[in-house]
Design a protein around this ligand. Structure first.
Ligand code: DSN
Length: 415
């Protein structure tokens, strides 16, 4: 008998509803994934009851002897995974991880240089609406007309701006990021190089994407995207002085008691990432994204940068009458969940946009491979070629239901 069902039927019912939604739609938001039942079990564990301000073996509370062992295991596993020396596993999210990095390395009004949000960057990379753009003077680089980062241009901007820190890493960039080139640029202007690998971390740890180490001074990531762990953040470095500053910035700088149940789940996630099967998963994630890109491109859709090197593609509708919002809605009605996204050369508002971002990580976790992704690409094209045609949406929704029923995510309730 479920405790939740017994004690709070209203929330139980919504958990059930969400499980149905996740099970019978195709989750293609590039930043989402399906955590394993073991990860979810750890998130719901008794570690949630424990206050443990401080770090392993240096706490401000008694009764931390078990939490200490557990958090140390999480640290050791993530260091092994990324091949680095120091890790902070306490950030509650990617945004707080990034805020911690800035607080550790910068003073208010220092200059930072990051990727423009509208060209694939992230809010926390200096966008004016985020604390990163309010606390620091932020400047931006973007992509060239080929949809790829123009490293010569980044260097030119860096020379003019003279930032104290350069952020690389993106939220909507389908190509490999060249951390070595970024480090060369950072060294030329005497800046820290900060790599936010949230999107590509699961590929990096499988050697399916260049590693930010040894190039970046500091690296952050979320743990719930391609890494497939619980929702949360991490900060990594090889530099002892930086690691001390990071630890003070996270606690007591911006956070209080760490979410030890989430840290336990992070440890479980890292254990899964360290298994040999992880490499097979990461390879398939890339193969699946490439299938989407190849088929949609053959069917006449404009794929930003002409393809993908990672887990996502960006489809541009700059040359179409419908918007990213229209496409997101149409695919949503058809059971395919994606998000609208700005594209390079954007001429619509961020609430409307001219593109959608489509990711392969979550469905690959469900076991879908070449044949399923070929089918899905064809369905996406069918919907996009019939915007406004509800009969097509209904037909595709049925087909999506049939496909997803064969790839059930959780064979028993995990809540
Ligand atoms: N909002 C996340 C994404 O979708 O990429 C990043 O924080």
């Amino acid at each position: 008998m479920s405790f939740l069902k017994q004690n709070d039927p209203e929330i139980y019912k919504l958990c059930e509803e969400e499980l149905q939604r996740q099970s019978y739609n195709l989750e293609m938001i590039a930043s989402e994934n399906f955590a394993s039942p073991a990860v979810i079990e750890a998130m719901g564990s008794v570690f949630t009851n424990k206050y443990a301000e401080g770090y392993p073996y240096k706490r401000y509370y008694g009764g931390c002897e078990v939490v200490d062992k557990m958090e140390q295991i999480a640290i050791d596993r993530v260091c092994k995974l990324f091949g680095c020396k120091y890790a902070n596993v306490q950030p509650n999210s990617g945004s707080q991880a990034n805020q911690g990095v800035y607080q550790a390395l910068l003073q208010p009004y220092d200059k930072i240089l990051g990727m423009d949000l509208s060209q694939g960057g992230h809010l926390t990379h200096g966008a004016k609406v985020s604390s990163s753009g309010k606390t620091y003077q932020s400047f931006f680089y973007g992509v060239g007309s080929d949809g790829r980062i123009d490293y010569d241009r980044v260097r030119d901007i860096a020379k003019i701006v003279q930032p104290k820190l350069i952020v690389c890493g993106a939220s909507a960039y389908p190509r490999e990021i060249d951390f070595k080139k970024f480090r060369e640029i950072a060294d030329k202007v005497g800046a820290y190089l900060f790599a936010d690998v949230a999107h590509i971390a699961g590929l990096v740890v499988a050697n399916e994407h260049q590693s930010p180490f040894p190039h970046a001074h500091v690296v952050s990531s979320t743990t719930h995207k391609t890494l497939r762990g619980p929702r949360g953040g991490i900060i990594l470095t090889n530099d002892e002085e930086i690691s001390k500053k990071i630890n003070s910035a996270i606690f007591p700088g911006i956070q209080g008691g760490p979410l030890e149940n989430i840290i336990a789940a992070k440890a479980v996630g890292f254990y899964e990432n360290l298994k040999p099967e992880w490499k097979t998963y990461a390879k398939q994630v890339k193969i699946n994204a490439k299938i989407l890109s190849d088929i949609l491109s053959k069917k006449g859709f404009d794929i930003v940068s002409g393809g993908t090197d990672n887990h996502l593609i960006l489809i541009s509708f700059l040359n179409k009458e419908f918007s990213g919002k229209d496409a997101e809605n149409a695919l949503g009605f058809s059971g395919i969940t994606v998000n609208k996204n700005t594209v390079p050369g954007e001429n619509r508002s961020p609430f409307v946009t001219s593109g959608v971002r489509v990711g392969s990580a979550a469905l690959t976790s469900r076991g879908m491979k070449d044949a399923e992704f070929t089918f899905i690409a064809e369905k996406i094209a069918e919907v996009l070629n019939n915007i406004g045609n509800e009969k097509v949406y209904e037909k595709v929704k049925k087909e999506v239901y049939e496909l997803s029923s064969k790839f059930i995510i959780y064979d028993r309730p995990t809540y």
